[in-house]
Design a protein around this ligand. Structure first.
Ligand SMILES: [Zn+2]
Length: 104
């Protein structure tokens, strides 16, 4: 686990760069050193969806276990923040076309 690196020159991307790429619907990261376009791998997209799963889960079970609205909102915000903070550390980027397409 660690922040993703450039596929070509192994420069580590910053948390901010990765976070920005994720929030812009997985926009590719252009390496600031060698200008290689690094795209998120398909596997990372899957991991990304797993990381946000608890947020959806809290939303759906809140009515079943009768959580009050403020508690539900707090839980969703806290879980969302944690997911946002840790997500970049689980992502992998690649300049290789086959790794960034559907092939896992
Ligand atoms: Zn590079």
């Amino acid at each position: 686990m660690g922040l993703p690196k450039c596929d070509q020159c192994r420069t580590t991307f910053s948390w901010g760069q990765v976070s920005k790429s994720l929030s812009l619907f997985y926009r590719p990261i252009i390496c600031p050193v060698c200008k290689t376009e690094n795209r998120i791998t398909f596997r990372s997209r899957l991991i990304g969806s797993v990381i946000i799963m608890p947020i959806i889960l809290i939303g759906s079970i809140s009515t079943i276990i009768s959580l009050s609205l403020p508690v539900t909102i707090t839980l969703i915000v806290v879980t969302g923040l944690i997911a946002m903070l840790i997500q970049p550390y689980f992502m992998k980027y690649s300049s290789n076309e086959t790794e960034t397409n559907i092939a896992i």
